[in-house]
Design a protein around this ligand. Structure first.
Ligand SMILES: Cc1cc2nc3c(=O)[nH]c(=O)nc-3n(C[C@H](O)[C@H](O)[C@H](O)COP(=O)(O)OP(=O)(O)OC[C@H]3O[C@@H](n4cnc5c(N)ncnc54)[C@H](O)[C@@H]3O)c2cc1C
Length: 234
């Protein structure tokens, strides 16, 4: 997707944004630490889109946000195992009597993705500092291999964790112009556990908003007024 965007003139700069710059109530650009040079660099902009997931409120503290960490593992099934491209929402009773509810996603490339519930581990400063709690991954492995011989014979490929972005005041997401903070500052965050499915729709709402086109009626309730009281979504 990035290559397609580059073909249309976009450029990707990898870095960590430290400040969204403003003047006279309008965004003027961002300052970031460049991943390669490690130097603070400022880039000017007419519009800034904030979509830093659970970290969005570290850049705009007015956003009432929190986060939850969730673990997942990836298992590669043996070559002769044919996987169906379906999702299983399970309820599995462990020998201890505890019931766990991992989600199991079979993929046609032989990969099986398994994810578990969230915990309240505090959000680290950056995504590079997210810690994987091994026992949480062990529970995922034990529970799904306990019900499937095919998974038991598979190879554990990855153990990982990530943070879901949550809005404190609504079930989210929030998409639109944060004009109360700065004009032409756009936000798209708080997607909780549905950010993958909702990504294309989110991008469409943002594009229409930024370019001044109509947004779908269904999106009108997602504007920033729901998280920043007193703000208009017009
Ligand atoms: C285990 C698990 C299972 C899930 N399953 C599903 C599912 O089945 N379907 C579904 O739709 N969704 C699912 N989700 C939810 C989905 O992953 C999230 O809703 C989505 O990733 C949120 O997207 P985002 O872009 O807002 O945030 P993120 O994906 O967290 O991306 C934010 C990005 O911003 C970057 N960033 C942060 N701060 C800065 C900064 N200062 N400067 C520059 N970059 C910064 C981060 O490094 C990160 O790359 C799942 C999530 C988890 C944890």
């Amino acid at each position: 997707m990035m290559d397609l965007a580059k073909g249309k003139g976009a450029a990707l700069i990898a870095g960590r944004v430290t400040t969204i710059n403003k003047a006279d109530g309008q965004v003027t650009g961002v300052t970031y630490i460049d991943n390669e040079t490690k130097q603070p660099t400022t880039i000017s902009a007419t519009d800034v889109v904030l979509c830093a997931g659970a970290w969005s409120s570290s850049l705009v503290p007015e956003l009432p946000m929190s986060s939850t960490r969730a673990h997942s593992i990836v298992i590669y099934a043996k070559e002769d195992v044919e996987l169906s491209p379906y999702v299983l929402f399970t309820e599995i009773m462990l020998p201890s009597g505890e019931t766990v509810t991992p989600e199991i996603y079979g993929r046609t490339n032989g990969e099986v993705y398994v994810c578990g519930p969230g915990d309240d581990s505090p959000l680290p400063a950056t995504v590079d500092e997210v810690e994987v709690h091994k026992p949480a991954c062990q529970i995922l492995w034990d529970s799904v291999t306990g019900i499937s011989e095919q998974l038991r014979e598979g190879t554990l490929e990855f153990e990982q964790a990530c943070y879901l972005p949550l809005l404190d005041v609504s079930s989210g997401p929030v998409i639109g112009e944060l004009s109360k903070v700065a004009r032409r500052l756009w936000v798209a965050t708080g997607h909780s556990c549905w950010g993958i499915c909702n990504a294309p729709g989110t991008a469409r709402i943002l594009r229409n908003s930024i370019m001044g086109s109509n947004i779908p009626r269904a999106a009108s309730s997602l504007g920033p007024s729901k998280v920043l009281p007193g703000m208009s979504d017009d």
